[in-house]
Design a protein around this ligand. Structure first.
Ligand code: SF4
Length: 496
C-alpha cells in the first residue's frame, strides 16, 4: 500500500486518523469555507515562493503519478534545469511531492518546503523529514533540507511583493537527520495499523485538534451535555483529567472541596443551582464610570497572509467595517452609524475618517474586548499618522465591557465562555445570532472577501452587503442591550 506525504503526517498526529483517511474517507467532514480560504492562501504563498527560483520547472501532475515521477527524473538529469517545482518521488511505500528542489552549482540539491505560517512549528519537522527521506533514497544527492516560512517582520512597500524579504528560509538539515530513526519507527507503525481489519481503538484527546483539527473530530468527540465539566471557564486539561479519573463528567457532581479558581467555583455554583450570579455592588460601581453619550463600537477585519497595502505586514489586520450605536442619554433610543468598504481599494483612510466623525469628541466608547479595537486603532495611527492624535483621544475613551461581565456575572448558559456570542442570548434571550447569514467574525471576513471580488452580480453583492451590515449592527446593538441588562441587575431590579 502506498502512503502519501499528507497521510503519513496525519498518521503522526493520530494513527486512527490515518486509518480512517485510507479506509473510511467518506466519514471525514468536508472542508468548509474557512478551510477552503486557508487552502487558497497556501496556494498564493506557494506561487509567491516560486519567484525565489527563476527558471524553475513545474512537474505536471495531470498525467498521473507514474508520469510525474518519470518527468521529475528527466528534469533531474537535465543540468539546464535550475529548480524543480512539485517534483514527484517514490520510495518503498511512500510517495511525496516536493514544493521546490533547487540544483546547486555542484549538482547537489537543496529541498525546500514552503509554509504559510510565520514560524517553524514542531509538526513541520516530520513533514519535511519524510520528503527528505524519500527524495534521498530515490537517489537524489541532497545537500540541505530547508523550510521557507512567512517573515512576519516584512513590511510591504507597495508595488510587487519582494519575495526575498517576504520569506525566511530555515536550514533544517541537522534536525531532520536526527529524526530518521523516529521516522522508521513511525512508518512501521503506520503500515501495521493500515493492515488491521478495523480502526485502532484510540480515545479522543488533545491530538484531535493539535496540530490541526481532525476531519473525524465529530465522529470521535460526541457533543457534550450542557453541564459537562469542560464548560467551566478556562478549566485546565490537568483538572479535567483528574475529574474524569474520579468518574466525574457533570459539573453537578464536582465536590465542594475540588480545587477550582474563584471564577470556576462561581460558574460551578451557578450551574448546580441553575441560577445566574451577579456581583451587583461591584457591577454598579464599574458601570458608574461610563460617561454619556455612550458610543457602542465594533470593528470587522481580515488578516491576509500576503499584505495588500503599503505599511502592512503579513497577517496584519485590515479593518473594513465598523458599526456604532450612540445613546445620548440614559434610556434614549440608540442611533445607528456604520461603514462598510465595498470594493478592493485600500479601506483604511475612509474607515478611520468616517469613524472619527461618528465618535465625536466626548463620551465613553463601549467595546467588548478593548484590546482588539485598541490594537486596530494603534495600527491605523501608525499607517495614517495624520489621524494619530485623534485616534489617541478615541483610545482614551474606550470602556471595555468584557472584564465587567467576566468579573461580575456568570450565567449557566454562558457554557464557560464570556464571548459576546455566548453572553448575549444568555442575558438578553430575545436577541441572538442564530439564523443570521453572517454570524461570526470569521464568516464576516470571508463574506467581505467575496463582496470585493470581481464578477459578483448586483443581487449577490446586495445580499452579502446586507448580511455584513446586519451582523456588525447586531454586535453593537447587542452591547446596548447587554449594558441595559447589567444596569438593571446592578440596581437590583432584574425584571424591569
Ligand atoms: S478525532 Fe481524534 S481520535 Fe479521532 S481520528 Fe481524529 S485525532 Fe484520532
Amino acid at each position: 500500500m502506498r502512503i502519501s506525504k499528507s497521510k503519513f503526517v496525519a498518521g503522526v498526529q493520530c494513527l486512527k486518523r490515518l486509518y480512517l483517511l485510507v479506509h473510511e474517507p467518506e466519514l471525514a467532514a468536508q472542508p468548509d469555507a474557512a478551510d477552503e480560504a486557508i487552502i487558497e492562501q497556501g496556494r498564493d504563498v506557494g506561487m509567491l515562493a516560486r519567484q525565489l527560483f527563476p527558471g524553475g520547472v513545474e512537474v505536471d501532475g495531470s498525467g498521473g503519478l507514474e508520469q510525474a515521477i518519470r518527468t521529475t527524473r528527466e528534469l533531474i538529469a537535465n543540468r539546464e534545469v535550475p529548480a524543480i517545482l512539485e517534483g514527484a518521488f517514490e520510495h518503498g511505500d511512500i510517495v511525496v511531492r516536493t514544493d521546490v528542489l533547487q540544483r546547486r552549482r555542484d549538482n547537489r540539491w537543496r529541498l525546500i518546503e514552503v509554509k504559510s505560517t510565520t514560524a517553524l512549528r514542531d509538526h513541520h519537522l516530520e513533514d519535511v523529514a519524510i520528503q527528505s527521506r524519500v527524495v534521498s533514497r530515490s537517489g537524489v544527492d541532497l545537500a540541505s533540507v530547508c523550510l521557507a516560512h512567512v517573515n512576519r517582520g516584512y513590511v510591504f512597500q507597495g508595488g510587487a511583493i519582494d519575495a526575498r524579504r517576504f520569506f525566511r528560509i530555515r536550514n533544517l538539515t541537522r534536525r531532520i537527520a536526527r529524526l530518521d530513526p523516529k521516522l522508521t519507527f513511525q512508518l512501521r507503525a503506520e503500515l501495521t495499523v493500515l493492515a488491521m481489519p478495523s480502526a485502532p481503538d484510540i480515545p479522543a484527546g488533545s491530538q484531535c485538534t493539535d496540530p490541526v483539527t481532525c476531519e473525524f473530530y465529530d465522529r470521535c468527540n460526541p457533543p457534550r451535555s450542557d453541564d459537562h465539566i469542560g464548560y467551566l471557564p478556562r478549566i485546565h486539561a490537568v483538572a479535567m483529567e483528574e475529574l474524569t479519573e474520579m468518574g466525574i463528567v457533570s459539573i453537578h457532581d464536582i465536590p465542594d472541596d475540588f480545587p477550582l479558581n474563584e471564577r470556576q467555583r462561581r460558574a460551578c455554583i451557578a450551574v448546580q443551582t441553575a441560577e445566574p450570579w451577579y456581583d451587583t455592588a461591584e457591577l454598579g460601581k464599574e458601570l458608574e464610570s461610563m460617561k454619556y453619550p455612550l458610543y457602542f463600537m465594533d470593528f470587522e477585519t481580515v488578516n491576509p497572509c500576503v499584505p495588500r497595502f503599503p505599511g502592512m505586514r503579513p497577517y496584519d489586520q485590515l479593518p473594513f467595517q465598523w458599526s456604532v450605536h450612540v445613546q445620548r442619554a440614559p434610556d434614549a433610543a440608540p442611533e445607528h452609524f456604520e461603514f462598510l468598504a465595498t470594493d478592493a481599494n485600500d479601506p483604511r483612510g475612509e474607515f478611520i475618517n468616517s469613524l472619527c466623525a461618528a465618535l465625536d469628541e466626548s463620551g465613553s466608547i463601549v467595546v467588548y474586548n478593548a484590546g482588539f479595537e485598541s490594537s486596530r486603532l494603534s495600527e491605523l495611527a501608525a499607517w495614517l499618522p495624520e489621524f494619530s492624535e485623534r485616534i489617541e483621544r478615541i483610545q482614551r475613551r474606550l470602556f471595555d465591557l468584557l472584564p465587567v461581565v467576566r468579573n461580575n456575572v456568570y450565567h449557566p448558559a454562558f457554557a464557560g465562555s464570556y464571548s459576546l456570542k455566548a453572553v448575549l442570548p444568555a442575558l438578553v434571550p430575545d436577541m441572538s445570532y442564530a439564523g443570521m447569514q453572517v454570524a461570526d467574525g470569521q464568516s464576516a471576513g470571508l463574506a467581505w472577501e467575496s463582496l470585493i471580488r470581481d464578477g459578483l452580480d448586483q443581487a449577490e453583492h446586495d445580499t452579502i452587503r446586507k448580511a455584513l451590515l446586519d451582523y456588525c449592527g447586531q454586535d453593537t446593538l447587542a452591547l446596548v442591550k447587554v449594558l441595559e441588562k447589567l444596569k438593571l441587575e446592578a440596581r437590583g431590579c432584574p425584571q424591569k
